[in-house]
Write a protein that binds this ligand. Structure first.
Ligand SMILES: [Zn+2]
Length: 316
């Protein structure tokens, strides 16, 4: 079934690309007055082919933001919260997850060039590369992960993707231990892949907080899957991340994006009871559900026309 959906999507994208090649203009802005929230992660420089779908090339990002600025009304997080939207256009809120340093070094100059506002959902403890980024480096460089399997014999016979899935549901202690092992394995390549894992530090956040185009919001402390944590663990994550962001004096410490986009009914209610004001998911399903706002995750593997069509529809 999933394969059929993928084939249908690819045919649709091919059809739209053919329309572009023969010069048929794209029709947009069919959802006037609505808001579409977009989810990005990292930006990498044009000469660095991305190593995962969470990144987008600088030139791709600029082309998309420029087109969005022409077609739609790009709003800030403050406008979104206050309901300040244009009725005659689709309104777009840009969000960037995980707090990559490239959001400051590569993205910010583009935002400044077009005077476009954006929101950064940051994790508040940024001492290590995230384990997900280390996996991508190891995969891309085809580094042997035998050492990992020797330390955790239950992982023998697992592929790298299977280990990734397994790690998602492990506790904090195991995740820390594996992150250290992954870091050791990836060590010779960390400099080469800096743009794919370096995170904003406290000084960067202090600087960005003062920037008129940037809003800083909450993506937890450690980027753990919240659906796998108990109530006490979630409490700790919230208390620490909200405190950090309050100290930074951002007004959006209680605007929260789920790490990995993971959520369930229980979590929604728990976060509501902890006074989290807005919860952002990233299903791309555009389904309406009280208490959460869904986001469309930008796809770096499709053409600009297809990306714009998807944004206009609210789904791929
Ligand atoms: Zn994230």
């Amino acid at each position: 079934m999933i394969i059929l959906v993928k084939i249908r999507l690819k045919l649709k994208w091919l059809f739209h690309d053919i329309m572009e090649w023969v010069g048929i203009p794209v029709k947009l802005n069919r959802r006037k007055g609505e808001v579409q929230v977009l989810c990005f992660h990292g930006i990498c420089s044009n000469n660095q082919a991305f190593i995962n779908g969470r990144f987008i090339l600088e030139k791709q990002c600029e082309a998309l933001l420029k087109a969005l600025d022409v077609e739609y009304n790009i709003i800030s997080l403050e406008d979104f919260i206050k309901g300040h939207q244009k009725p005659n256009k689709l309104n777009i809120l840009l969000t960037f997850d995980d707090g990559y340093l490239n959001n400051k070094t590569l993205l910010l100059p583009i935002l400044e060039k077009y005077q476009i506002p954006a929101s950064f959902f940051v994790t508040t403890k940024n001492s290590n590369p995230k384990w997900t980024d280390l996996f991508d480096i190891i995969k891309n460089e085809k580094i042997s992960f035998l050492k990992l399997q020797n330390s955790f014999p239950s992982l023998n016979g697992f592929s790298l993707n299977e280990i990734k899935k397994w790690l998602l549901v492990q506790d904090d202690k195991v995740i820390m231990e594996i992150t250290e092992l992954l870091k050791e394995l990836a060590q010779p390549f960390l400099v080469k892949y800096k743009v794919f894992w370096e995170l904003l530090d406290k000084n960067d956040l202090v600087e960005l907080k003062k920037h008129p185009l940037i809003s800083i919001a909450n993506h937890s402390v450690n980027h753990l899957s919240f659906t796998n944590l108990n109530e006490d663990e979630i409490n700790l994550e919230l208390i620490d991340s909200v405190r950090f962001l309050d100290e930074l004096e951002t007004p959006y410490s209680k605007v929260f994006a789920y790490p990995f986009g993971h959520y369930n009914e229980k979590l929604i209610q728990l976060l509501e009871s902890k006074n989290i004001e807005i919860q952002f998911s990233a299903d791309g399903s555009n389904k309406k559900r009280k208490g959460i706002t869904d986001r469309l995750v930008v796809n770096p593997f499709i053409s600009l026309r297809n990306q714009l069509k998807a944004i206009d529809n609210g789904q791929y």
